[in-house]
Unconditional design. Sequence first.
Length: 61
Amino acid sequence: MPPNMQPQYNRVIELDRSLRKSIAEYYFALKGLNDPVKAVELLASHVAIMVEMIKDLKSSE
């Protein structure tokens, strides 16, 4: 890895850790709603966004 890429990788790792923590908190908050239909709807909207992001990244390969 080129030396000038290190800050970007560090930022990605930092964001990844934060995102994983937030996703876990979000999941437990959704479970706390005791409304599985709404919880799935909310979670599915985020999954759809991420699928589009994956498609975009794959098209750049």
